[in-house]
Design a binder for this molecule. Structure first.
Ligand SMILES: Cc1ncc(COP(=O)(O)O)c(C=O)c1O
Length: 462
């Protein structure tokens, strides 16, 4: 009997869709959407493509910006099978470890900026950020400054879905839907979103101004009350907001000036997506704590990491209290082995350099040729393989289309009909394709998007 038959018996597509509708509560899904149509069932994937219901789609989102190495890599499946047979599980509590958790921790430390050497392994990006928040609190407690409790986040931020991490999110509905958190400890600074908020300033001037809003937030709260600033090097989920080059060095300078810890949330940008191993290299700054997930294992299995600087580690470990934190599957041997193999493949195949020197520039050039002058398009932002196409009603004033026109959703839908997955976010089409994407696939993306934009623009005129 095949594994497929063993697990699924003779269940039909329609039965499975019904099971799903009745019993599967979906992330970030309106209940209405599940009532209107059966869920789309993806059941296989290879390279840059996913297939469902006999439809093959080019996935220019690499899942959720995570399958960096591409789908269906046998090397990763073989690694998982081998380690699962040898050591299906053991925990990493109470000074016990396994070879794969040990080797992965060393590997991450060797790739990370040189002062980031201690690695806490979790399962999801949210857990990695939540771990960072707990370690920050412990750091200030051990330092004898327990009043430093406030964390600065930014408009348009996305840091996760657990109670604490969701409270950091820039989108008010995401942050407040459940109402658990005493949000007085969450402070908000401006996002470095030049296209939408830069006004008459040049991007460089606005980068400094946005960083200075971090300083103003610190001063307003009182530096003695501020524990940390957290930011994604590029704000991904809310629209690939690529900061001006002046932004991050100024934020770092401000954090250092007031002794505020700097957390770089590299859940998306980590492991090559911006063309360097970490976004900190791309933007020229250095964090005290960095969080990683997605590209760590290309999401073949759930795994994440919080990487901590030598200084922070020495304060946390300086007091010998038990670390009251951990997950049953922290440092899971199979997930760690798969992550390690994924990193080895990124290295062996030169995929990070390929993003920087080939795929990223090729995609940027092709998109700008195809869409740069399109009447719908206001700005195209590209860093490595993080891409935003932002629509504007008026290119001069950068006025947005009204939300109810759902321009972006229409472009996304038109692209899907032609076999391309992109992600509409408000007035921005977002793409984070896999690193193995070919030039021909990039050409296809540009052709489909140009056609989709033409169709939507024509519909707007009629
Ligand atoms: C920057 C950032 N941080 C944290 C998260 C949360 O990761 P997860 O969904 O794995 O919990 C995400 C998810 O997209 C993210 O983009």
């Amino acid at each position: 009997m095949t594994i497929q038959a063993d697990l699924m018996g003779s269940m039909t597509l329609e039965q499975l869709q019904e099971f799903d509708r009745n019993h599967h509560m979906h992330s970030f899904t309106a209940p209405e959407a599940m009532k209107q149509a059966p869920p789309f069932m993806i059941d296989s994937a290879e390279g840059s493509y996913v297939t469902g219901q006999n439809i093959r789609l080019l996935d220019a989102m690499a899942g959720l910006g995570c399958v960096n190495i591409g789908y269906g890599r046998k090397e990763l499946a073989d690694t998982a099978a081998h380690v699962m047979e040898k050591l299906s599980y053991y925990h990493s509590f109470a000074a016990v470890t396994n070879p794969y958790a040990a080797a992965l921790s060393q590997k991450i430390a060797s790739l990370a900026p040189s002062h980031l050497n201690k690695v806490f392994i979790s399962n999801s990006g949210s857990e990695a950020v939540e771990t960072a928040l707990k370690l920050v609190a412990l750091y200030w407690k051990n330092k004898g400054e327990p009043n430093r409790r406030a964390v600065i986040t930014r408009d348009y931020a996305y840091h996760g879905s657990t109670i604490a991490t969701a409270a950091l999110n820039g989108n008010a509905e995401m942050a407040n839907q459940f109402g658990f958190i005493d949000s007085t400890r969450i402070l908000r600074a401006k996002a470095p979103y030049w296209y939408r908020e830069g006004g008459e300033m040049t991007p460089d001037e606005f980068g400094i101004a946005a960083a200075q809003s971090v300083e103003a937030t610190i001063l307003e709260a009182g530096p003695e009350n501020v524990a940390a600033f957290i930011g994604e090097p590029i704000q991904g989920t809310m629209g690939i907001i690529v900061p001006p080059v002046t932004y991050w060095p100024e934020v770092e300078r401000i954090c250092r000036k007031y002794g505020v810890l700097l957390i770089a949330d590299e859940v998306v940008s980590g492991f090559g997506r911006t063309g360097h191993w970490f976004g900190q290299e791309t933007f020229g700054f250095s964090a005290d704590i960095m969080t990683l997930a997605k590209g760590l294992s290309s999401s073949y299995l759930p795994v994440s990491a919080t990487v901590i600087s030598d200084d922070v580690t020495s304060v946390i470990e300086g007091k010998s209290a038990l670390l009251q934190h951990g997950f049953t599957t922290s440092g899971h041997p199979v997930t760690c082995a798969v992550a390690l193999k994924n990193i080895m493949l990124l290295e062996e195949e030169g995929l990070v350099a390929a993003v920087r020197e080939d795929k990223g520039p090729y995609l940027e050039g092709s998109l700008k040729t195809a869409l740069g002058d399109h009447p719908l398009v206001g700005e195209i932002r590209v860093s490595g393989l993080m891409v935003a196409i932002e629509f504007a009603k008026d290119k001069g004033t950068r006025e947005q289309y009204p939300a109810d026109l759902a321009i972006c959703d229409h472009v996304g839908q038109a692209s899907l009909m032609q076999g391309l997955i992109v992600r509409p976010v408000g007035n921005v089409v977002v793409m984070c394709p896999p690193f193995i994407i070919s030039h021909a696939e990039i050409d296809f993306i540009c052709d489909v998007l140009a056609q989709a934009c033409n169709n939507v623009h024509a519909a707007l005129q009629s």
